[in-house]
Design a protein around this ligand. Structure first.
Ligand code: XUL
Ligand code: CO
Length: 441
């Protein structure tokens, strides 16, 4: 039985290929900086976007044509597992990610839902063993069901809090069972709509307690995966507690959780927060908390999370610069938290979309590697901040000065000669690297 009959294994054919079902830039076995692209890029497929959702939006019904939709319930869930591993194999992707509700239908009670999850997890375990495909991360969906209308780990009702905890407990057991490399917390309902009915302090304290209990339970299970918080500023709630990497970091520090968590940075969440993708990555990296990436892109003309497949080479280049400077992503990876457009409803579109995303990150990786090899940004920064290498600048960065000494230095300085920021030259240089590297055979 095959689920994607019209598609064969996707191969690398090079930049000149006209075959839409071939990689133009992602060459899994090509060595970049001494590691193969496949080893380094650690691409992951998001189960929810690719196998579960139907492409409906708030104004229109689902459009997706999915061969497994001829089934329902557990039969459909099992068909999805078969189809997904065929998809991973044909695409050559080694990781995937899921929420509990993506893989198995919910029952009338949590006990029943867990039973369904167990059946699918057992099936996945066999498929993972046979294929070598691994679980990058799993998570609990504590946001879709109406019970989470007022939050989950920050709920106004203690019973909902307990329910959310029970789902995460199960999620950690699944993570352990499947050898997940990470466990993700995206707080979809952890935030609030209005302060008029919200006890912000209690909700945040409860969220802190929740994360500590998760850490404790992981220890008890001997689960050694990395814990990740995924910041997002809004949608669904107006004020999300994990607004961006900086506020998530402050939260971790506030509640003594900084040793146990890193961040999963998503491109579209960054832009919703009014930041660039690379800003979020840079903040996380320079604070030692860059854990993993949800690789997608937003639509700058729309104010919501469009979760598009990444095709912007400028963005993938600057993102991969941060990843390389981070020394790679360790246990993390590049998860395509991205969905095909509602109008791209055919099964083949799932392949075109992933090929586009993988090629875009491969280009970003190669261009960023070359720029790092040539010290492009390093030289720019060294020159721009050179006054900190000697004299008063060196005193400042070595903590060897105070306001009186700085005043003594400043009083008779007169006019300070500034240097140009050279922004247009820098952008032209990036373009040059992009064009050169993509032109190489
Ligand atoms: C929502 C989002 C989630 C998380 C996992 O915007 O990004 O899919 O990645 O819950
Ligand atoms: Co995400």
């Amino acid at each position: 039985m095959t689920w994607f009959e019209s598609v064969n294994k996707i191969k690398y054919e090079g930049a000149q290929s006209k075959n839409p079902l071939a990689f133009k830039f992602y060459n899994p076995n090509e060595l970049v900086n001494g590691q193969t692209m496949e080893e380094y890029l650690r691409f992951g497929v998001a189960y929810w976007h690719t196998f579960t959702q139907d492409l409906s939006d708030p104004f229109g019904a689902g459009t997706a044509i999915r061969p497994w939709d001829k089934f329902t319930g557990m039969d459909q869930a099992k068909a999805r597992v078969e189809a997904s591993f065929e998809f991973f194999d044909k695409l050559g992707v080694k990781y995937f990610c899921f929420h509990d509700v993506d893989i198995a239908p919910e029952g009338d009670t949590l006990r029943e839902s867990n039973k369904n999850v167990d059946t699918i997890v057992a099936m996945m375990k066999d498929y993972m063993k046979d294929s070598g495909v691994k679980l990058l991360w799993n998570t609990a969906n504590n946001f879709t069901h109406p019970r989470f209308v007022h939050g989950a780990a920050s709920a106004s009702d203690a019973n909902v809090y307990a329910y959310a905890a029970a789902k995460v407990k199960k999620g950690l057991e699944v993570a352990k069972e499947l050898g997940a490399e990470n466990y993700v917390f995206w707080g979809g309902r952890e935030g609030y709509e209005t302060l008029l009915n919200t006890d912000l302090k209690l909700e945040q304290d409860n969220l802190g307690r929740f994360f500590h209990m998760a850490v404790d339970y992981a220890k008890e299970l001997d689960f050694d995966g990395q814990f990740l918080i995924e910041p997002k500023p809004k949608e669904p709630t107006t004020h999300q507690y994990d607004y961006d990497s900086q506020s998530a970091h402050a939260f971790l520090l506030n509640y003594g959780l900084e040793k146990h968590f890193k961040l999963n940075i998503e491109a579209n969440h960054a832009t919703l927060a009014g930041h660039t993708f690379e800003h979020e990555l840079r903040y996380a990296r320079t604070n030692g908390i860059l854990g993993s990436v949800d690789a997608n892109q937003g639509d700058p003309l729309l104010g919501w999370d469009t979760d598009e497949f990444p095709t912007d080479l400028y963005s993938t280049t600057l993102a991969m610069y941060e990843v390389i400077k981070n020394g790679g992503l360790g246990k993390g990876g590049l998860n395509f938290d991205a969905k095909v457009r509602r109008g791209s409803f055919e099964p083949e579109d799932l392949f075109y979309a992933h090929v586009a995303g993988m090629d875009s990150f491969a280009v970003g990786y190669k261009v960023a590697s070359k720029m790092i090899e040539d010290n492009v940004f390093e030289d720019i920064l060294a020159d721009r901040y050179s006054t900190y290498n000697e004299g008063i600048g060196l005193d400042i960065v070595s903590g060897n000065t105070d306001f009186k000494k700085l005043e003594a230095h400043a009083l008779d300085l007169g006019e300070i000669k500034q240097k140009s920021g050279r922004l247009e030259l820098i952008k032209a240089t990036i373009n040059q690297y992009l064009l050169q590297v993509t032109a190489e055979k």
